[in-house]
Design a binder for this molecule. Structure first.
Ligand SMILES: [Zn+2]
Length: 257
């Protein structure tokens, strides 16, 4: 992330940052850049990032409730996110599986799943304005159909990760079927966004040992569940611990995960 003074930063770092460091590679930081949120069309050129900040209301003006400025103003000004922390990965030929990342750092991970159901234009602008590095677990057909939208979030500091092609349950399915769903999506997402996903989230969270093996063979280092969801303004917890803890979260756009 860029070191912009007085910026608002959630205590969030991308999942990618943790895992990249575990692979002993260099700087995992992402650089947020200006994006535009005009309604894109599939044939439109990609948004042209610039370094100029968004137009902001005067410091004395109170933003209207429900406006983008109002939402941005609700984001607390947290401290700088801590440096990424190495986490051990298995060497068994299977990807790691975590409900909660093995870190004691006070960080949370914000994710958006699927991609085919709702894509409010204001979300891309909000992510940029609030400096939130979102991790997107996308189904590859939705990513392909709406690639301009997701690229806007990507250039704001987001990372695109794997959520299969067809969003069907993988548990109990053959290795060949699971590998096709995971590798097929990884291949497409890599072609679309210029980077092969290193994280995988199984649809509905349903997986088995074959899933972890297939995910590994498709390039995933970890398979991630979640601990909280947000849907239509309601927060639902998947664990009894509701106070602040290191967690993965999933912000889905429908009842499915
Ligand atoms: Zn999903």
């Amino acid at each position: 992330m860029s070191a912009t003074p007085a910026r608002r930063i959630l205590a969030v770092v991308p999942l990618l940052a943790v895992l990249v460091l575990s692979a002993c590679t260099a700087d995992p930081a992402v650089h947020a850049r200006r994006i535009t949120v005009d309604q894109p069309t599939p044939s439109a050129p990609l948004p042209s990032p610039s370094t100029s900040p968004s137009a902001s209301p005067s410091p004395t003006a109170k933003p209207a409730p429900g406006s983008l400025e109002w939402y941005v103003a609700q984001v607390p000004a947290f401290a700088e996110a801590p440096p990424p922390q190495p986490v051990p990965l298995p060497s068994t030929g299977s990807a790691a599986f975590w409900h909660r990342l093995p870190t004691d750092q006070k960080v949370a991970f914000i994710t958006i799943d699927d991609g085919g159901l709702a894509r409010p234009p204001a979300v891309a602008e909000f992510v940029w304005r609030a400096h939130i590095p979102v991790t997107m677990f996308l189904n590859s057909p939705a990513a392909e159909e709406h690639d301009v939208y997701f690229r806007q979030i990507q250039v704001a500091g987001g990372a695109v990760e794997n959520h299969t092609i067809n969003h069907t349950s993988l548990a109990g399915r053959s290795y060949g079927h699971q590998k096709q769903e995971i590798c097929g999506a990884a291949d497409r997402l890599e072609a679309l966004f210029g980077r092969r996903p290193t994280l995988f989230r199984p649809p509905f969270g349903e997986h088995d040992s074959t899933t972890l093996r297939a995910a590994h063979d498709c390039g995933a280092k970890a398979v991630l569940h979640w601990t909280e969801t947000v849907h239509e303004g309601k927060v639902r917890y998947q664990t009894p611990r509701r106070w602040y803890t290191p967690a993965t979260s999933c912000s889905c756009t429908s009842g499915r995960r």
